[in-house]
Design a protein around this ligand. Structure first.
Ligand SMILES: [Zn+2]
Length: 188
């Protein structure tokens, strides 16, 4: 993550969450805030930041590495709290998926590992082809991958909707069986 982005995230983490606009803040707890990713890679893409509240210091929270090298009790406290809050954000996302699309799909949770401070760690990774995580086909660039993922999502969405429809049909015919064919006209 570019250093300037880190600086912005640090100012968010220092702030009283309710002071942040809704376009930035998704939700918050005593120990963390979930913000909308500035460059979303999926329909639901949030960043969970530990809040910088004493005894925690901004320097400890620069990266996972600085946190793990800092006070052990602090590190444990931060990571356990993030784990709990991530579970709760996952639940919120799943509810939103069902509300908006009628079904839910896989959610990935992980640490933002790449920083410009350690370019050697991801240099090799960036030289590799971009591949779709569903089918493994390789793409020339990110826009191509994005459009491929959109197509795939529409296929998945259509399949899930068909499944729900089929399930409902089966439930209705089960009602038929219970009521007997003569009662058919009683249901709309
Ligand atoms: Zn694919």
């Amino acid at each position: 993550m570019p250093t300037s982005n880190l600086t912005i995230l640090r100012t968010y983490a220092l702030k009283e969450p309710t002071a942040l606009p809704k376009s930035i803040l998704f939700t918050h707890t005593e120990s963390s805030l979930a913000i909308h990713d500035g460059f979303p890679k999926s329909m639901f893409h949030f960043l969970l930041l530990p809040r910088i509240i004493p005894p925690l210091e901004a320097n400890e929270l620069n990266s996972l590495k600085t946190l793990l090298n800092s006070d052990r009790a602090h590190a444990k406290q931060v990571i356990s709290a993030l784990n709990e809050d991530a579970k709760s954000v996952r639940k919120d996302i799943e509810e939103e998926m069902v509300k908006r699309y009628g079904f839910k799909w896989e959610i990935w949770i992980g640490f933002h590992a790449m920083t410009r401070l350690e370019p050697k760690l991801y240099e090799a990774l960036l030289k590799e082809d971009i591949a779709c995580f569903h089918c493994g086909s390789t793409m020339k660039n990110l826009p191509a991958l994005k459009s491929h993922l959109q197509d795939e999502w529409e296929m998945i969405s259509a399949r899930e909707k068909a499944k729900i429809k089929k399930k409902r049909k089966m439930e209705l015919s089960a009602i038929d069986v219970i009521q007997g064919p003569d009662n058919k006209k009683t249901r709309a």
